[in-house]
Design a protein around this ligand. Sequence first.
Ligand SMILES: [Fe+2]
Length: 264
Amino acid sequence: MRNIINLFFKLIYQYSFKIRFFIAKKVIFFIFKIKKNSLFFKNLSILINNFYKDGFVKIDSYYSDREIEYLNNISNQVLNDTKNANNQLDIEKVDGSIKIKHLTKTYKEFKRFTNDSIMQVFSIIFNFKHISPDVILNISHDGNFYENLIPGVCTKNIADTPHIDAKDGFKRYLKGFIILENLSQENGATKIIPKSSENKKIINLLSLKEKSDQLKNEIKKIKNISKDVSLTGKKGDLVLFDSRNIHWAGNLNRGMRKLLWVYF
Ligand SMILES: [Fe+2]
């Protein structure tokens, strides 16, 4: 009985999400029609449309050069603080790569960049409530950067296996990243299979309790037959995506991948 109730709630969640996004799309477009001169609503309408279509959106030059310089400076400070044995930072490290999580607890400055109106509109459509996102610094390199702080060469990026992220094992998970150094296929851009979150088999598997092996196999199968998109970009671009779509970190062949992840 509990399983049936569970399944019922998951189905409601699945459809209410689509309806919510559809309504938001219409409302923002309607406001844009009334306020013909509003560049904000025009852009928002385009962004929501693209996100609805593909499951991700890239916003070019979202942050100015000065803002990126500022974010790079704080990020380097964070990295320096990892040397301090008393730091309270949550660190995940592999050769040539580091992830430092929950940054807004210690570095409040990040909040100014991640609580703006565009991000919050997306967050509210997604989660149906205001969320102050978690910020994570993620750096991987080929051995030529940050020798003392991130030793080694990144031959295997963290999260390089195709996977999906789902809140509570099922719900869609809005994630984004701010590009701090130009990002190409060479230096490990994230890859995504657009709209794979709509795959019926995946949705059914997410509804099951014991799902891990079957789900992994299904993800592999879909990855092998689908076209992926590389989320490349320039310093200052912002990417937002529904991380219940299949995605993974690309291989780093040369250079450095430096991102600020934003998890809603
Ligand atoms: Fe992920």
